[in-house]
Design a protein around this ligand. Structure first.
Ligand SMILES: Cc1cc2nc3c(=O)[nH]c(=O)nc-3n(C[C@H](O)[C@H](O)[C@H](O)COP(=O)(O)OP(=O)(O)OC[C@H]3O[C@@H](n4cnc5c(N)ncnc54)[C@H](O)[C@@H]3O)c2cc1C
Length: 414
């Protein structure tokens, strides 16, 4: 065990990070009590398919579920669904749940994720306006995917673009409206944004960048989107994907440090040594980007922080930390991205953009690799991730030369 004996772990939240915490605690030999309290009425499930195969109908609910309730019971977990953790008493080391029960803990893991940012305009509460965070949201959106109807997607981030791809495949007329000058502006460089804009246009999507939404119109049900340049798009359905807000209230109310997410150290520990925060709700130091902290929104981050927290609770060595990574599926294009491209001084393109198989390597001013966006290019992703982990400087001319294999670059990057 860690610096204090742990016989009882409470997990607030029952999503991707929470389930991994259970798995890692048990795999690490922890035999004590685990209570997992989740706000949703269903077994824990994964979210990525909600904007991809589950939304299109190609994936069943059973395959989306991460762990059936029986499996949790087999692992000795007391799973309390449909219940929120409302309050945390650090002195008494208890949490109070919305079903009026109290739960004592030796270690508490906050894995409460995030909720969607709402569109702050008139008409945003009309029928036919959708957000996408939960299975219920996806179930509500799927019947709107009807050939020939018009969908307006507000927000050109990954989720908005993935929904646009699914809607296009369902033969809808799709328009994406993005307020920033380019899609994916928050997460990648102009070259990769330009690729995605061209991809969606080639697939028949209308992309409007640098365009705000002033109002949604309709009597009861949405029928139009009024843009800030005065144009009005007619719409049979609207999907809003403009970002998420972390669930930090529980921590903030208990005076834990919060800075965008719940602040944690390299072991996912908050400013209270008995309390850990993992996944979308937490901000963490980025070991590969000295001195930087961030709140990451990805499956990899949720799993990794869960493993870090479990190891710290059990007093075991810290698992190896990887550079952040993420994926996105749109049409026949699989993006795998590793690292963070913020602060990049140059971007090297390797491969063929028109053939939809290439990688964008983002380097800092010292030719150190910061990030790679690999489009249908697994070797570039795998080697790029290794080079970021090693903090390697890489010769830009080698990266851009397809006659030098990624294996050769891994062996001799300079
Ligand atoms: C549509 C969609 C597509 C995505 N696609 C990708 C992708 O392709 N690749 C990728 O890497 N990532 C993707 N993500 C992001 C990824 O799913 C999240 O980063 C991940 O789910 C975070 O895990 P988490 O456990 O922190 O949060 P969640 O999985 O959201 O789980 C948190 C849970 O806690 C519950 N909760 C909240 N407050 C309380 C409370 N007070 N008490 C009890 N329970 C509470 C919530 O209801 C929720 O069930 C996608 C997300 C969405 C929504």
């Amino acid at each position: 065990m860690g610096q204090f004996p742990v016989h009882s772990v409470v997990i607030a939240g029952a999503g991707q990070a929470a389930v991994q915490a259970v798995t890692s605690l048990r795999a690490g030999g922890y035999a004590g009590a685990i209570t997992m309290i989740g706000a949703e009425p269903v077994a824990p499930y994964q979210r990525p398919p909600l904007s991809k195969a589950y939304l299109s109908g190609a994936m069943s609910l059973e395959r989306v579920v991460l762990k059936p309730v029986e499996a949790l019971v087999d692992e000795g977990v007391t799973f309390i669904p449909d219940t929120r953790v409302l309050h945390l008493d650090r002195m008494a080391r208890t949490v109070q749940a919305s079903d009026a029960t109290m739960h004592g803990y030796d270690a508490l893991i906050i894995a409460t994720g995030s909720h969607v940012r709402k569109l702050p305009v008139e008409g945003a509460d009309l029928d036919g306006v959708h957000y996408l965070r939960s299975v219920t949201d996806a179930d509500g959106l799927r019947p709107e995917l009807v050939a020939g109807r018009k969908m307006v997607v507000i927000g050109g981030g990954y989720i908005g673009l993935e929904v646009a791809a699914v809607a296009r495949k369902a033969a809808m007329e799709v328009t994406v409206v993005e307020a920033m000058p380019r899609v994916l502006a928050r997460v990648t460089t102009p070259q990769v944004s330009a690729f995605y804009e061209a991809l969606h246009r080639a697939e028949g999507v209308t992309i409007l960048t640098g365009t705000g939404v002033v109002r949604l119109t309709g009597a009861g049900r949405v029928d139009g989107v009024v843009l800030d340049d005065g144009r009005v798009l007619s719409a049979d359905a609207v999907v809003v994907g403009i970002g998420i807000i972390p669930h930090t209230d529980l921590a903030a109310d208990a005076d834990l440090d919060v800075d965008n997410g719940i602040s944690t150290d390299e072991d996912a520990r908050t400013s209270d040594p008995r309390i850990f925060a993992i996944g979308d709700c937490a901000s963490r130091p980025l070991v590969h980007y000295h001195g930087r902290r961030a709140r990451l929104e990805s499956v990899h981050n949720a799993l990794e922080q869960a493993k870090l927290a479990a190891a710290a609770i059990l007093g075991q060595p810290r698992p190896v930390v990887e550079p952040p990574w993420f994926w996105s599926d749109q049409y026949d294009v699989k993006l795998q991205t590793a690292g963070l491209s913020g602060g990049a001084a140059m971007t090297i393109i390797r491969g063929d953009r028109d053939a939809r198989r290439f990688a964008a390597f983002h380097l800092d001013g010292d030719s150190r690799l910061l990030a790679v966006d690999a489009i249908n290019a697994p070797p570039e992703f795998v080697v790029g991730k290794q080079l970021i982990a090693r903090g390697s400087k890489v010769a830009p001319e080698k990266l851009g030369d397809m006659s030098v294999s990624m294996k050769q670059i891994a062996a001799d990057p300079h």
